[in-house]
Design a protein around this ligand. Sequence first.
Ligand code: BES
Ligand code: ZN
Ligand code: ZN
Length: 500
Amino acid sequence: MNIEKNVKTFETVTSETLIIGIQKHREQMKSWSLVSDFFGETIDVWLRSGDINTEAQKLTKIPYTGVNAQLKRIIFVGLGEQKNNTTDNLREAFAAVGKEMKASKIKDVAIWMDSFATDRIDEEEVAFLAGEGLHLGYYTMSNYKTSSNEADAYFDAVQFVTTATIEEVASNFEVGKIYADAVNEARTLINLPPNMLTATDLANYAVEMAAKYDFEIEVLNKAQLEEIGMGGILAVNRGSVEEPRLITMKYKATPHFENAIGLVGKGVTYDTGGYSLKPKDGMVGMKGDMGGAAAVLGAMQIIGATRPNQNVLAVIGATDNMVSGNAIKPDDVITMYNGKTVEVLNTDAEGRLVLADATTYAKQQGANYLIDVATLTGGVIVALGHDKTGALTNDEEFFEEFMGAAIETGEFVWRLPLTNNDKKRIRKSDVADLNNSPGRDGHMIFGGGFVGEFAEETPWIHLDIAGTSDASAPHVLGPKGGTGVMVRTLATFVEQRAND
Ligand code: BES
Ligand code: ZN
Ligand code: ZN
């Protein structure tokens, strides 16, 4: 993509399309006079008549036939009331434009930066949000229809009309694009059919990423997992003809791998439920049960590209959850990697078994802080719906810090409690140390709390993205399908830590 490094003016823009943000009260816009000078009074007339829509995210596309002969059209994007204008609104406004560009096959644009800026959000920050929002909105899910063309690549050129430093605008736009690219990669992984993304495929994907970004990588296969006794992931894998993989990547910011953040992802490439079989309607969509792994991989892609001064470890447990004569059964007792025994009461509560072993491994490999991400429970959907990620923690301060990143990215995270009584129920079993399914009452907490038993004293955050990882309908930042939720927040959190 060509990101133009020379400042353009309305007169010198060579793109075919110019994007202008338009607030409800145009007199509050910082340099409205420039626009009215350029377009003349008609703009005022159209605004007064409502022919240009100023409501948030509403687009008005008009042909242009003025002095700039290159310019063919203007896309006005509504920003609503200035007092409501936040970075979230701007990201969404740009995503709306990205969707329109995709739909109309617009390949090059110029952005009038100043029209998006406010007293609180300067043009440099607008540039980041533009790079992010436009590319998030531009994403489409690839399909396997024999009639379809290859999915379009991104648009390929952008220019800026700006009063800020162009180098900074251009580089912030580029970083925004890095963030969106990674989200889109995660979306694609989630959308891949399960026959096209096995645990082995997921590991190969990680190997390629590690080569590209110079991460250390280790992939353990079934025999190696057996050798070290990773009973949790192996138990889940028992019913499958596909081998499991435990993927570990290290991004080393310092020679000594200290103060490392461990990102742990659930990579269940398909969840049938096992012998606690899912009903047929509940099974459809379970190709997305590796959404946690996708979030971790997406975050690692950003980390690899932006190279923050913070050590990061990623551990992904990858397997599918199938049925066969060899599969685990309810009533089985298994021994986990850390030696704890677990009574399996429900083979569909498989994610926590995979995450528990991955969590132990992450600690062993030097993670000083842990964040696990997983499509773990239907319970979180009942509690918080499809637009809020559920969280648990054992460390208030660590969580508080993490929330700073979530607020910055606009990815809504809400913490649920994890009480001693909850822990008692996770530890209740006549035959083992723990059980994997204490009940359906408040069961998001049991899912995450089980992983917490393996995090032990290490500061830990659990993110249950079962409700937020896959969208059943198009939403402001993208189409239906994998959302790539938590990619941006995890990467932002790592970056914020690096800058502390
Ligand atoms: N992968 C599911 C959770 C899930 C549900 C993800 C809906 C995405 C959408 C998980 O492995 C599971 O089956 N959880 C069970 C836990 C129960 C058996 C304790 C659930 O939520 O019902
Ligand atoms: Zn399950
Ligand atoms: Zn699952």
